[in-house]
Write a protein that binds this ligand. Structure first.
Ligand code: ARG
Length: 275
């Protein structure tokens, strides 16, 4: 009697040990990117808040808050994961290394999914599409009609962005000036230190709506390469579970019309904010 009990216990123990080993294996092969965020109860999103209506600072009850279309989507993703949202504001050129070094969980910074970047990080599905234009001073609206007109002129573009590569490859003969923060360039444009700044159409439209007497879009045509048109959320390549969750959320927000709504809300917020 005793013997059989012992034997049964032994078999049970072995089975238990085996199932533990198997469970260990499967949890190791499945990535725990979502669980990690839920364990720390916070989703950390990296951005560069110089990019209205995607991300920009406003003053709220005496303190600075980063808001915008990307931040609204980020909040929805955090809500879906059941965690708090923390926004890490930094200059655009450092964002990819911040993601790779685990300083942030996602990048949401109006970032397009270029083939170069795809070598280093993974991207969600697209949630906005852009084209590039040359933003100039309103008084110069009719001065820059072709590439020949920007010869020897100072043209701004944010460092490491697709605008930098477009400016350098398409506005040949101009002097391309780069800075880490876009708003420094647009301020220099308004002061006449630069003749133009290459930006995406939504960003230009925003400046024009906000400051109708200061800025305009030049007639010179810029081409936006195919892989530089779609704005996506960047995720570490290893974080497959997180990427899946992000994509599910984007699909949901797209289907229920929230994406469009939030974009308009972000534009209105920016016009009201006085920033
Ligand atoms: N879409 C461009 C790129 O991905 C520029 C993005 C700049 N974003 C920003 N938050 N300043 O290169």
């Amino acid at each position: 009697m005793k013997k059989t009990f012992k034997k049964a216990l032994g078999i049970f123990g072995a089975a238990l040990a085996l199932s533990l080993v198997l469970a260990g294996c499967s949890s190791q092969s499945q990535d725990n990117s979502v669980k990690k965020i839920q364990d720390k109860k916070t989703l950390v999103v990296g951005t560069s808040a110089d990019y209205a209506p995607f991300e920009f600072p406003i003053m709220q009850n005496g303190s600075k808050k980063i808001v915008g279309y990307d931040m609204m989507i980020a909040q929805k993703i955090a809500d879906d994961l059941g965690v708090k949202l923390k926004i890490e504001n930094t200059e655009f050129p450092s964002l990819i290394s911040e993601l790779k070094n685990n300083k942030v969980d996602l990048i949401m910074a109006g970032m397009v999914s270029t083939s170069q970047r795809k070598k280093v990080v993974a991207f969600s599905k697209s949630y906005y599409t852009v084209q590039n234009v040359l933003l100039v001073q309103k008084k110069d609206a009719d001065k820059f009609n072709s590439v020949a007109d920007v010869k020897d002129k100072q043209i701004g573009a944010q460092q490491t962005t697709t605008q930098e590569s477009i400016a350098k490859s398409q506005l040949k003969g101009s002097n391309v000036v780069t800075e880490g923060v876009l708003t420094s360039l647009t301020t220099e444009l308004s002061q006449g230190k630069l003749s133009g700044v290459v930006v995406e159409n939504e960003i230009a439209n925003n400046y024009i709506k906000r400051y109708p007497d200061k800025y305009a879009i030049a007639k010179v045509k810029l081409t936006t390469p195919k892989d530089q048109r779609s704005i996506n959320i960047a995720v570490r390549k290893s974080d497959k579970a997180l990427l899946k969750r992000v994509n599910q959320q984007l699909t949901k927000l797209e289907k229920n019309g929230q994406l469009d709504k939030m974009f308009k809300q972000a534009q209105e917020l920016q016009l009201k904010s006085g920033k």
